[in-house]
Each structure stands twice: as structure tokens, then as C-alpha cells.
Design a protein around this ligand. Structure first.
Ligand code: FAD
Length: 325
């Protein structure tokens, strides 16, 4: 079985979610006597490709034409479909990141492939090809069978471990023959937030809710996040009233995250908020109301006023850091 994996990069660095996808594909390949072709799209320097081999890629298809300089669903999915057809691959693995969510259905449509997104299991091939995915905002599971000859799986980031397989992957420069003149739409400019930990990739997240009272108090959230090297997030009402940008809104209608540590400060723990964060490995809730629903979902809880508790945590984290230095 030949397996295509989308190796997404950000500013030339392969994302952790891509390396998870390569590891995931390598496990399937090992079980089915298959091989893994990682597809890199956009500019990545050659010395970075070894990382894909480290996690189990046998081969790398490199699409580095100018048309791929900016991420774009139309062009990237065309390249992935081109790679799949070229390799004669039966399985396409894409991490279900923002970009992955954009290109997985497009790629499947171009290949006439069955697709399952939000995948949290390895395929079971005892009787057909079945995978498990989450449904209802992570509240339930569904086992789904794919019956097409080519299959696309969009796997949930942070659900599969990085597994080293140490291969020396060969690199093939590819050209899907896409001209920017023929595209249905065109990205004109991308403005990136710089110097911040990307929320969807973050291992640690510090998040604030309406209990923070106003944007003028967010320096507390940001200070703690800076010391920990964490990303910042917020509840929906906080972004609705423009205390924070919508890109930080987590939950059912926002981003779903799965960090190793989620610290929720002044957030009640409504079911719609939990839908986006409850898969975090460890949850700490800080709330002045001992009856706040978040305490039921949290691993650790601090009952107290955020404006008293946070400065103490920030001081403790600073002094811990300085002892480590
Ligand atoms: C269809 C739908 C989709 C939704 N999607 C989302 C979503 O994606 N994400 C999301 O977050 N919400 C979502 N919501 C809204 C959700 O139901 C809640 O209203 C929202 O999560 C509450 O935000 P909050 O906890 O910040 O505010 P509040 O409910 O106002 O809670 C504030 C909390 O802060 C505590 N607090 C107050 N002062 C302090 C203090 N000084 N120190 C410590 N704690 C303090 C309070 O005890 C309270 O628990 C959705 C709702 C609907 C209907």
C-alpha cells in the first residue's frame, strides 16, 4: 500500500502535526508492507527533509514552484491529487489542521475518494477499511467504513504520538503544472501574527474568559503565557465583545485544541466551551465560584479571584524559571 502524507510547513519548518501524520502513515505502512511518500508543498530548504525521513517517510515529493509560495486550498489540493495519482497511492493522510481542513475535502473530490475527518484511530482492515472519528464536538465516536479504492483520512492533531522510524528518504522534485492564471481565485496578501505561539500547535495554552473583566487585564494572561511559552486563547463572549481577536476563540464554534496543558481563567466551563478544549491532557481551572462547571472537567482547580491568584502564579513561574536558568 502506497501512502501519501501532506507534510505541511510553516515558514519552511515542518509542523509537529505533519510529523505526527508521517509517523501515523509509517505505522500503517509497516502493518501493510507499504511505503510512505511525504508531500512537501511550498519552499522548504533541503536540509529540513531529513526530518520527514526520521519519522518514517521513504520518499519525498517536493512541489516548490512559485504558485505554492502562499498556502491556498485550490493549488495545494491539486498538488496532493497530482502526487497521489503519480504515485498510484491508495491512502492519503492529512492532519486536520486549519490548512488540512481546507485541502482534505478538495483533494478527496479530485480523486473521487471517500474521506473521513477527525480521525482518532488507526484503520482497522480486518473487514474492509474502518476508522474511528469523533462526532458531536468530541462527545461521541463514530466508526466509519470507506469503500472507495482511494481513501483520504484527516487525522486529529495531537492524537497520535511521534514515532521515530529513521529512514533516509529520497527526494523527487515534482511539478503539477499549475499556472496562477488558471486559478479560480487568488490570495493577494497574507498578514501573519509574528512572535507568538500558534494556538493550534501549542503544547501549553493560557485562556481567559469574561471573569477577566476587560481587555486591560489581559496583560496577566499574556505574562503567564510568555513565561510558560504558551499560546493565549479565550472564550467566545470575550472575542464577541472584541476584548480579544476571534482567532483566539476556542470551543464548539471556535478552534478545537488539544494541548498538554490548558489553563482556564475566569471561564465558567459552558458545554460549548468545553467542546473545544476537553481533549487537553491536563486542565487547570481558576474561578472564584466553587460551583463553576469547569471544575467538573478540570484535573486541577483553584477557587479564587483571578486578580489575586494570577499574580502569585506569575511570580512563582518566574522564580521557578530563574532557578532553572
Ligand atoms: C450555539 C452556541 C455556540 C457557542 N460556542 C461557544 C464556543 O465555541 N466557545 C465558548 O467559549 N463559548 C461558546 N458559547 C457560549 C457559551 O455557552 C458560554 O456563554 C461562554 O463560554 C461563557 O463564557 P465565559 O465563561 O467567558 O463567561 P461567563 O459565563 O460570564 O463566565 C465567567 C466566569 O468567570 C468567573 N469569574 C468572574 N469573576 C472572576 C474573577 N475575578 N476571578 C475568577 N473567576 C471569575 C465566574 O464565576 C464565571 O464562572 C456558545 C453558545 C452557543 C449557544
Amino acid at each position: 500500500m502506497k501512502i501519501i502524507v501532506f507534510a505541511e510547513n510553516q515558514e519552511g519548518q515542518f509542523k509537529k502535526s505533519s510529523l505526527e501524520a508521517v509517523s501515523y502513515a509509517a505505522q500503517i505502512a509497516a502493518a501493510h508492507n507499504g511505503s510512505v511518500i511525504a508531500v512537501s508543498i511550498g519552499h522548504v530548504s533541503n536540509d529540513k527533509f531529513a526530518e520527514l525521513g526520521k519519522y518514517g517517510a521513504d520518499q519525498i515529493f517536493n512541489y516548490s514552484q512559485e504558485v505554492f509560495n502562499t498556502f491556498f486550498g485550490e493549488t495545494y489540493s491539486k498538488a496532493l491529487a497530482h502526487a497521489t495519482k503519480n504515485a498510484g497511492a491508495e491512502l492519503v493522510i492529512i492532519s486536520n489542521t486549519y490548512s488540512g481542513k481546507t485541502i482534505a475535502p478538495r483533494t478527496a473530490a479530485q480523486l473521487g475518494a471517500g474521506i473521513v475527518s477527525g480521525v482518532i484511530s488507526y484503520p482497522n482492515t480486518d473487514n474492509g477499511f474502518n476508522v474511528r472519528r469523533t462526532v458531536f464536538s468530541g462527545k461521541a465516536f463514530a466508526d466509519v467504513a470507506i469503500n472507495t479504492s482511494i481513501k483520504v483520512l484527516a487525522i486529529t492533531p495531537n492524537s497520535f504520538s511521534l514515532i521515530e522510524n529513521n529512514k533516509t528518504a529520497s527526494i523527487e522534485n515534482m511539478d503539477a503544472g499549475i499556472s496562477s492564471d488558471t486559478l479560480a481565485s487568488k490570495s493577494i496578501e497574507v498578514a501573519r501574527a509574528s512572535g507568538k505561539v500558534v494556538l493550534t500547535e501549542a503544547e501549553l495554552v493560557v485562556s481567559g474568559g469574561r471573569g477577566m473583566k476587560g481587555p486591560e487585564n489581559w496583560h496577566l494572561i499574556e505574562s503567564l503565557a510568555d513565561i510558560l511559552g504558551a499560546a493565549t486563547a479565550c472564550s467566545k463572549p470575550v472575542s464577541d465583545i472584541h476584548w480579544r481577536p476571534h482567532s483566539e476563540h476556542v470551543g464548539q464554534t471556535g478552534i478545537t485544541i488539544k494541548p498538554n496543558l490548558y489553563i482556564a481563567i475566569g471561564i465558567s466551563g459552558a458545554i460549548q466551551h468545553l467542546a473545544g478544549v476537553s481533549a487537553s491532557k491536563v486542565i487547570v481551572a481558576i474561578n472564584k465560584d466553587p460551583e463553576a462547571p469547569f471544575f467538573k472537567a478540570a484535573d486541577y482547580g483553584i477557587v479564587g479571584d483571578a486578580f489575586e491568584v494570577l499574580p502569585k502564579i506569575i511570580e512563582a513561574a518566574k522564580s521557578f524559571k530563574s532557578q532553572q536558568a
